[in-house]
Design a protein around this ligand. Sequence first.
Ligand code: DX5
Ligand code: ZN
Length: 229
Amino acid sequence: MAAHPRGPMIAPSILSADFAHLADEAAAVGGADWLHVDVMDAHFVPNLTLGLPIVESLLKATTIPIDCHLMIENPERWAPPYAEAGAHNVTFHAEATDNPVAVARDIRAAGGKAGLAIKPNTQLDPYLEILREFDTLLVMSVEPGFGGQKFIAHVLDKARRVRKLVDAGELTVLVEIDGGINMETVESAAEAGVDCFVAGSAVYGADDPAAAVEKLRALAGAASAHLEH
Ligand code: DX5
Ligand code: ZN
């Protein structure tokens, strides 16, 4: 398995940031590759966070590409506007729609990168065929809804499998992992071939969020370096 040419990407999740000071919280992780924004509707998941108006404001407040993770019902209706607004990635849940390919195409047509998210117990097989329609596969390593939960290691089998297909030239998706990523778990995810690491509490719970981003990147880089052959 080859290490990612661009090196590991880190996406701090603002779910663990101070929602009253989001522009400052974005600035506090200036070295991040993406800024991960969790949109929750209190229907697909029990929690409620923020929506399009706040994402539009954040887009004006930061130059970090915005990585929208939509934990919402009816992505057919609600996902494309995030791409139209200028979000870099618009990722929705496979479990939330019967027609993920149509949603992905609408996101791409609106100028965004399309991401497919799967919950920890969602099987990969039914979606392998359609991954060519996506730029990112987001493998959830906790049940979606809340930050600060414990990492579920068995999901790494899905990351490993997709990464092998990417290395074999059969797919081009980036593999992103979300949930429970911290200084203890990031290396195992990197060894499984993950490209992008979302971290909420491990970044915004740290005294120095920017240093936490760099430490996660260094740990992931060292763990994936020996994957090169
Ligand atoms: C959970 C969210 C995550 C969350 C991760 O549903 O999708 O992005 O912020 O938080 P940590 O890194 O604390 O597990
Ligand atoms: Zn997320």
